[in-house]
Design a protein around this ligand. Sequence first.
Ligand code: B12
Ligand code: SF4
Length: 585
Amino acid sequence: MSDLILWNSTATRRRSPTDDFLDNGLAILRTYLELQGYKVEVVDWANSRQWEAMTPVMLARLNGFLASRLIGTGKEGRKRKILGAAFMVSQELTSFMQRLAQRRMISRLVRHIRDTGCKVVGIKTWYGETFITARQFARQLREASPEVLVVAGGPHASTYREAILEDDSFDFAVVGEGEDTLLRILQRAGETDKRSELIELITRDAESGLLENTIYRHNGGYKISRRRKLQADIKTIPSYELQPGKTNIHVIVESLGCPWGKCSFCTHSCTYGSYSIRKPSSVVDEFEKMLADGIGIFRYAGSSTTLSHARRIALELIDRDLKVVYSMFGRAELGASDPEKFKKVVESYRVLIRSGFRAIFLGAESGIDEINEGVMNKGVSRADIIGTVKAIREASRLEGVPIDIGISLIYPAPTLGIVSLEKMMEEDISLVEESRPDSILVSPPAPFPGSQWFERLDEFGFELDKNFVRDMLEYDYVLYKPLYMWPDIGLKMNGMGIKQIFELCGSLRSELERRGFVTEVTDVQFLMLRAAGYKGVEGVIDFKDRTQHSILSCDCRWINRLQERVNQASLEQANKNKLAQPVAG
Ligand code: B12
Ligand code: SF4
């Protein structure tokens, strides 16, 4: 019998081409707890086989046919209206069938847990529909097995914290790292078979500080126990079980949290509460282990990897003569436009490129310094952003290796009365034209709980309905869903409702695309599309169109083939190393 069953909550359909990545977080938890002597089962439906099985083939093909016609038709006209209506009907039917399939899977899982007699179930929670499903699963489980303890953790629990416990679905939630908290919970579970007693023991531990990172109920309210001090250095190296249908790109913890952690819109600093970097030698040990397992493509897990840390890891990779490919989130370098500093930044990026660095995403947020300072508290200037992008380009030219660079913008953003939205858009476009990134991610603004925007709503011009947080918990953010298909939510910024906000956001994307720039392709997607052989800007656009088609239609044929090609490339990359033999292709 398993001591713990960990379930990766999933939506009824793929929401992003990266949904099927090997889940590093769950693998770390399983590996860590098994090393402590516990038996852990991971149930993860986020894989290509499962997505395919969720939609009847004929329906997927019909969606595919309609989506192709719709994408190829102009924005107006009778034909588009008819196609649009037909597409909506087929989407409704698809969702209905997918929900039915998911309900069956959940019932099977609930029965499996009841039959095995496992006493503790953990759920990795994600945003939107996935979270609704997590709650339904927890309720159904409670009915079938009232004595099972249900714990929620993962990114969504870490972002929304106390709000996660607002209905009775979960007994506890965990913010940030879950290793030690789950260990303690399993130890306590060994002391009693009664859920009520177990809850009491855990609550007492949380109150006394023995149990860290735990969100628990207290006197009709909620509390979070002492936060665990981060130690990225002692992070367990995960081992993956054989998982068919997963994309074999490993997310590697080189740091936890963010070295800056002060951007007003961001909640990353709340997830971990601090910042910790991992020794380059430990990071590279993990690279080696994955290479030996046949995985050669990587993504750094840090919210914002510093150039100096990335450089130290790069030197270690070069020293051990490892041949890998990787990408990361980075930050613009302060003073990068100053000629002396520029040279140093170029040199550092050259080292990174020699070690396998191939794509990066930098937070730019806005093209106006006053906005980046007063509204975003970004800590970098427009000149720093442009200088850094140019330095990466120069390093790429000198090394003769193409690097994909993405920047992110938030538009429309609070203006604080400093500028008009028209001016903001103009400056955002001029920033893009000057820096010429390979992709621009334009996001609408949202005050997430825990962020400065949320804490100081009035100051930034936000108005929220009283149900905003509850609604946000279930809000589905799907990168490739056309903005007009997104549901309403009680958020206003400078008097504008969400539809208007989305329209403005969409208008900046369109303006950038009209000027020949690619939007909404992230660094990991660059890793995937390059690994699959898509070349140049045309390759990126082709990848983006096909991904959008695949996600909208749920016709998985192309995206599943893409995964196969990425996995083949990952294996071939691993095979370039003379380590313990990777698995055959
Ligand atoms: C690397 C990364 C990715 C990678 C890999 C994702 C993956 N499958 O692992 C890529 C680039 C593919 C990715 C994609 C996306 N990501 Co991402 N990603 C990150 C990032 C930067 C680090 C995640 C990480 O690896 N952390 C290290 C590992 C070890 O931590 P972990 O997986 O969270 O697990 C630990 C804890 O959460 C906890 N835990 C996990 N599960 C459980 C379960 C239980 C029961 C318990 C108790 C504890 C627990 O213990 C684990 C071990 O310490 C975070 C931001 C951040 N800095 O955390 C965003 C983040 C997780 N991503 C986010 C989003 C939105 C996405 C995308 C939807 C983006 C998009 N629109 O396409 C996709 C979808 C991903 C998916 N469904 O798999 C959001 C999640 C928001 C939310 N509320 O759900 C985050 C928080 C960023 C943000 N916006 O603030 N992402
Ligand atoms: S936006 Fe990026 S740099 Fe800013 S605090 Fe968040 S993770 Fe750090």
